[in-house]
Design a protein around this ligand. Structure first.
Ligand SMILES: [Zn+2]
Length: 214
């Protein structure tokens, strides 16, 4: 077991839910992440996600040293960006700041769990038409800061045609085949990552919520 998995297991064992949703999950009244989103219940405890998605994986996307001028002098902290996903339709992106790198990563990992969303997948590629959920159902566009990114459905076997950061996030979401096109200051990793996340969120926001259940 990795350090992080052990930490998660420990946290789950000691978990005393503070929210209504957390209590419902511990009492076994809600047993799937789909129910959480169908009911529109806000996720305010990371343990909710760890309980309902035990196969959740996480990847550190970016670590930056942030320096700030204060009255007491220069203060530096690390800012981490972490992505989580079950490689099967759920992905989250979060950030955290701390004086220690490890603490910044842990905070970002918690934030990513609280920001998790369902991704609608499909076969939106006219060259493919297999009907399986290996890609996205249609083209989506996302923005953050000065970055704009377009994700285009691709045929089975294509793989993820994207930069490293986009590949990691798309793979965590469970998207296997697609093209991407990016515009603007794409070397700004945080904005780039959030633009991808924004695009993926649109796979659901472009349709009515009742569509998600089936
Ligand atoms: Zn297909």
């Amino acid at each position: 077991m990795t350090y992080r998995r052990r930490k998660t297991a420990e946290r789950l064992e000691q978990w005393i839910p503070r929210t209504r949703l957390g209590k419902m999950i511990q009492e076994g009244r809600i047993t799937s992440i789909e129910e959480v989103f169908t009911e529109g219940l806000p996720i305010r405890e990371p343990e909710i996600v760890d309980t309902l998605l035990p196969d959740l994986q996480e990847e550190v996307i970016d670590i930056n040293l942030v320096q700030k001028q204060t009255d007491a002098g220069e203060r530096s902290r690390f800012k981490a960006i972490v992505a989580v996903g079950n490689r099967d339709g759920y992905v989250g992106l979060g950030s955290g700041k701390a004086r220690q790198v490890r603490t910044a990563i842990e905070k970002a990992a918690v934030d990513a769990r609280l920001k998790i969303v369902p991704i609608r997948r499909g076969c939106g590629s006219w060259e493919c038409g297999c009907g399986k959920v290996h890609s996205l159902p249609f083209q989506v566009e996302g923005k953050c800061g000065g970055v704009r990114i377009v994700i285009i459905p691709g045929p089975r076997g294509l793989g993820i045609v994207a930069s490293e950061v986009a590949r990691v996030i798309l793979a965590l979401a469970g998207v296997k085949d697609c093209w991407t096109r990016s515009f603007g200051s794409t070397r700004t990793v945080p904005s780039f990552a959030y633009a991808i996340f924004d695009a993926l969120k649109k796979t659901y926001s472009l349709i009515t919520p009742t569509d998600w259940v089936g």
